[in-house]
Structures are given as structure tokens and as C-alpha cells.
Design a protein around this ligand. Structure first.
Ligand SMILES: Nc1ncnc2c1ncn2[C@@H]1O[C@H](COP(=O)(O)OP(=O)(O)OP(=O)(O)O)[C@@H](O)[C@H]1O
Length: 240
């Protein structure tokens, strides 16, 4: 197997006086979707934020294509080609959908072919292109947030709970768009609580508990084993 696009080795992160990540070790293979799973509050969001440099790792290493990220300032991490969809969506409410998209590119204008592909994946973006993003519904804002991460090709996508709080119809739109991104060979690390979404998209799974990865393997293996799901996450696909 080729070198993973992203490697975390013993990553420790404190928030204030709390020890949140206690040594996260994780490989994200190139061209695959890795689902980061686990109960509430085990450190999944903190892991993504630490990769982006929004929290500082106190110990351990984060390697992007073999390059140690420690010396890379936060402001430069996105420029390395990481598309980040934060849990709070990170969109600019006072700007139009179009302006939000343009700001998400590193190289100026949005490529027209890319824009048309995003319109096909997320039709409301076309409808509300010139509207202020603050006026969009929750589901439409989530679409915009994901579309911003996809505004140009990235080396790696970090996506935090893209289906959280969304109506089932919008969840399927989201899953469809992410499937297309996956079909293009994207490398994705995604936090997801909804196990059926995780099963639909994931190639690999890493399950966290209490600030560390406690199980990693094929998503299919985890999907097929309700007892393992129950043990690791306190729930199973059937129960979800
Ligand atoms: N800004 C903060 N200040 C203090 N504690 C925090 C902060 N952010 C997160 N935490 C704590 O860190 C722990 C891990 O949070 P994190 O958001 O990474 O978990 P998670 O696995 O993503 O959970 P969820 O699925 O509920 O979002 C939690 O106990 C949380 O309360």
C-alpha cells in the first residue's frame, strides 16, 4: 500500500487544563474515505481541529504526505490543500453564496466546470447564488459549507459531521455529493455519528474513545459486527 496521505502519531492536545487527546494514532489512506467514529465528547472534532492547527498538539506528530505539520502556521495549513468543513460550517453570513465560494478558492476565480459540477450536486447553490448566505436554510448552509471545501481540488478533505441535524432528503443529497467526490479519488477523513451514512461512504473506520483511537479497520468489518459496534460506540447500525 502507498504511504498514507495523513498520519497522526501519538497526538496529544490539551484544551485549557483538560487533557482531551491522549495520544491519537491514525493513518488516512490516499484515495479512500476514513470515518472517524465514537461516542459524543471522545475527541473527534478536537482531532480535526488539531490537524488544522486550530488547537496546538502538545506532543506527537502530524504528517501530511510525509511532511511534518508542526512548523506550518495555522494560516498556511489550508494553503497546503486541505479542505476543511468545520462543525459550525464556517460560512460568511453577510456575503452571497457566490462570494463565499470565491473566498474558498486559493487561486482566484472559481473554475466554471467545477462550479457547474457543484450546482449539479447541490442545486440550491445555483438558485441562491446571488443571495446572502445568512438567508439560507440550515441544510442549504451545510451544502454551501461542503461546496466551499470542494471549491477546488484538495489533497485532503476533513469533514465534521456533514449530516448533523439534517432532514433525510438533504442527507441523501449530501451522501450523493460525497459519493461523487469519493468517485474522483478524493482522500477524506470524516466525522460522522450516523452509522448508515458512515456505512454508505466509508472504506475505513477509526473509532475513538476517551481521546484515543481504540479500533481501526475496514468499515465493512465494523458494519458487519453489531457486537463490535455496541462495544466500541454503545450502539449498532440496526439500533440507529
Ligand atoms: N473549547 C473547549 N473548551 C473546553 N473543553 C472543550 C472545548 N472543546 C471541546 N471540549 C471538550 O473536549 C472533549 C472532546 O470534544 P470533541 O468536540 O472533540 O468531541 P467529539 O468526539 O467531536 O464529540 P461530539 O460528537 O459531541 O462533537 C469534550 O469533553 C468537550 O467537552
Amino acid at each position: 500500500m502507498s504511504e498514507p496521505i495523513l498520519q497522526l502519531d501519538g497526538v496529544v492536545t490539551d484544551i485549557g487544563r483538560y487533557h482531551i487527546l491522549k495520544g491519537v494514532t491514525l493513518d488516512v489512506p490516499r484515495g479512500q474515505v476514513t470515518m472517524l467514529l465514537g461516542r459524543n465528547g471522545v475527541g473527534k472534532t478536537t482531532t480535526l481541529r488539531t490537524i488544522m492547527g486550530l488547537w496546538r498538539a502538545k506532543a506527537g506528530r502530524i504528517l501530511l504526505e510525509g511532511q511534518d505539520m508542526a512548523p506550518v502556521p495555522v494560516s498556511s495549513r489550508a494553503a497546503l490543500g486541505i479542505g476543511f468543513v468545520p462543525e459550525d460550517m464556517g460560512i460568511f453570513s453577510d456575503l452571497t453564496v457566490e462570494e463565499n465560494m470565491i473566498l474558498a478558492t486559493r487561486s482566484g476565480p472559481l473554475d466554471p466546470a467545477r462550479r457547474d459540477w457543484l450546482f449539479a450536486a447541490f442545486p440550491p447553490l445555483r438558485t441562491f447564488w446571488r443571495s446572502e448566505a445568512g438567508n439560507l436554510s440550515g441544510g442549504q448552509k451545510q451544502m454551501l459549507s461542503i461546496a466551499r471545501a470542494m471549491a477546488e481540488e484538495r489533497r485532503l478533505y476533513l469533514i465534521d459531521e456533514p449530516t448533523k441535524g439534517l432532514a433525510p432528503a438533504i442527507v441523501s443529497t449530501m451522501v450523493g455529493a460525497l459519493r461523487e467526490l469519493k468517485a474522483q479519488g478524493a482522500s477524506i477523513l470524516m466525522v460522522e455519528q450516523n452509522l448508515s451514512v458512515a456505512r454508505a461512504l466509508g472504506d475505513r473506520a477509526a473509532v475513538m474513545d476517551d481521546g484515543a483511537v481504540v479500533w481501526a479497520g475496514a468499515m465493512a468489518e465494523l458494519s458487519a459486527d453489531p457486537a463490535l459496534q455496541e462495544r466500541l460506540m454503545g450502539l449498532s447500525v440496526e439500533a440507529h
